[in-house]
Design a protein. Structure first.
Ligand code: IDP
Ligand code: MG
Length: 150
């Protein structure tokens, strides 16, 4: 069985609004397991590197300001197809187009305050996890047999 990892970050608005538990709950109850978590004040260089692919976009400076504006919760969640399913749990980039039942669909309105980040592909997840967790991950696999058949 190949268990994918995805990088999920609760952005400063999500932390400030007290939605950390709500987000964690949704990933936990799906059956994914938490390999890493930290509350972090983000250095500007890290925010810039995280969103380096968007550097040419007009909203990039505002996006970097948003990410450094308060602590974020950075996490790694692991399980079958966690990248694509994580994106479904999160919802569309623009919260007004996110379905109800998704995190963004349920808890936010503006694209520039869309509460949460999730890796968009397995390769970007690897890059982001290495960037945010250079110290490596914990070894936490307590309940696999209750989630997977084999
Ligand atoms: P994603 O977070 O759904 O993967 P991306 O296109 O990778 O979306 O954009 C990264 C982040 O940049 C978004 O989550 C959002 O916070 C911000 N962003 C994207 N498009 C806009 C925009 O048009 N205006 C302001 N912020 C934007
Ligand atoms: Mg993205």
């Amino acid at each position: 069985m190949s268990l994918e990892q995805t990088f999920i970050m609760i952005k400063p608005d999500g932390v400030a609004r007290g939605l950390v538990g709500e987000v964690i709950k949704r990933f936990e109850q799906k059956g994914y397991y938490l390999r890493a978590l930290k509350l972090k004040n983000v250095e500007r260089e890290l925010a810039e590197e995280h969103y380096v692919d968007l550097k040419s976009k007009p909203f990039y400076p505002g996006l970097v300001e948003y990410i450094v504006s308060g602590p974020v919760v950075a996490m790694v969640w692991e399980g079958k197809q966690s990248v694509v399913t994580g994106r479904k749990i999160i919802g569309a980039t623009n919260p007004l187009q996110s379905e109800p039942g998704t995190v963004r669909g349920d808890f936010c309105i503006d694209v520039g305050r869309n509460l949460i980040h999730g890796s968009d592909a397995v390769e970007s997840a690897k890059r982001e996890i290495a960037l945010w967790f250079p110290e490596g991950l914990s070894n936490n696999k307590p309940f696999l047999k209750w989630i997977y058949e084999s």
